[in-house]
Design a protein around this ligand. Structure first.
Ligand SMILES: NC(=O)c1ccc[n+]([C@@H]2O[C@H](COP(=O)([O-])OP(=O)(O)OC[C@H]3O[C@@H](n4cnc5c(N)ncnc54)[C@H](O)[C@@H]3O)[C@@H](O)[C@H]2O)c1
Length: 332
């Protein structure tokens, strides 16, 4: 084995984590690196992680390194290379006697968690740590965490890969192509029902989606709302949120960041805007991304947006600005 990587996972006793954690040590996600895991949970459930650790040991993953668990995030963050921030309080549960239904309630409860975790990552994580926020509201949680970490050399991302994978799947059915023939499926904006999945700029068997699909009515009235509402459709059908597909998307994001992106291609995640595409600087917004040969992750800047696309993105940016306003008391 060439090297090791330390991965910190929060929400480790949750549904997504149960699918995610075994894939971190299966020898594919991080190649032949040894993977040290630190699993983090809240005090009420942290002891359940003993069972997961037994299962991981029993599975015999040759790439698995040290594995520990804790409810102390400061301790967990020490020298972390990757932070998968899955843990958050989900919509629908009763918290302090109140049923959490509104996004604004989610923002304030989870926002507090991400201030503490951000500070710990800034202080104790590696200088080049990569942080993937999965727990919702993912973009604004990442915004809060990045601000609290206050370390520009670390890369904060919010996950939009699941939306991108869902969109690819729908387009592959519509066009009768293999899912592997669909590339560059960009999710712009917020990981929320305002997101803009960009069918016009996706690449289908080497051609621009716009010309292959050639059906704006389908894009607007079928494709976009289906992608935007897919999370809710899964919850309605399963009685629980997307877990296996979310775990797969987190793995896809790691893999996309761990190796250089093929020329002309890109992948989807939300990162802090540098003003590209007129997105206000600092907002954590879904963009097309590329991983450079030196391992840095940049926004791909040569996508041409139609007026239709720009209008859709603006709706999502406005939502992100409103979320930013709602959490301004958590900013330093
Ligand atoms: N970005 C995406 O595409 C996407 C997709 C699906 C789900 N999600 C979100 O991912 C999150 C997790 O989903 P799940 O199905 O695994 O939920 P879950 O309820 O099964 O698990 C969440 C776990 O997080 C733990 N947790 C809560 N606060 C924590 C903290 N401060 N530190 C450590 N652990 C903490 C809880 O104890 C729980 O075990 C939810 O917010 C969900 O909305 C995001």
């Amino acid at each position: 084995m060439s090297a090791s990587v330390k991965v910190v996972v929060t929400g480790a006793a949750g549904q997504i984590a149960y699918s995610l954690i075994p894939r971190l040590v299966n020898g594919r996600t991080f190649g032949d690196k040894k993977v040290d895991l630190v699993l983090v949970e809240i005090p009420q459930v942290v002891d359940k992680l003993k069972g997961l650790i037994m299962e991981l040991e029993d599975s015999y993953f040759p790439n698995m390194g040290n594995i520990t668990y804790t409810d102390n995030f400061d301790e967990a963050a020490s020298d972390g290379d990757w932070f998968l921030l899955v843990g958050s309080i989900p919509r629908g549960i009763v918290f302090n006697g109140k049923k959490i239904e509104e996004r604004s309630d989610l923002l304030s409860i989870n926002g507090g968690i991400f201030v503490d975790q951000g500070q710990a990552i800034g202080k104790h994580g590696k200088d080049d740590a990569k942080i993937l926020v999965v727990g919702n509201p993912a973009n604004t949680n990442a915004f809060i965490g990045k601000n609290a970490a206050n370390k520009d050399s670390q890369l904060w991302m919010a996950m939009t890969m699941l939306d991108s994978n869902r969109a690819k799947s729908i387009i592959s059915k519509k066009t009768n192509k293999n899912i592997s023939d669909i590339k560059n499926m960009i999710i712009w904006g917020n990981h929320s029902p305002t997101m803009y999945p960009d069918a016009e700029n996706t690449i289908i068997s080497g051609e621009l989606g716009n010309s292959v699909i050639n059906d704006m009515n389908w894009i607007e009235s079928n494709f976009i709302p289906t992608v935007q509402q897919r999370g809710k459709a899964v919850i309605d059908a399963r009685g629980a949120s997307s877990a296996t597909s979310a775990a797969k998307a987190a793995i896809d994001t790691i893999i996309a960041c761990e190796s250089p992106t093929e020329s002309g291609e890109c992948f989807s995640a939300a990162v802090a805007s540098d003003g590209s595409y007129n997105v206000p600087e600092g907002l954590i917004c879904g963009f097309p991304l590329i991983t450079q040969k030196d391992g840095t992750v940049d926004i791909k800047r040569d996508i041409v947006l139609s007026d239709f696309g720009k209008t859709k993105i603006k709706i999502s940016i406005d939502e992100l600005l409103a979320e930013k306003e709602a959490v301004k008391h958590l900013m330093k």
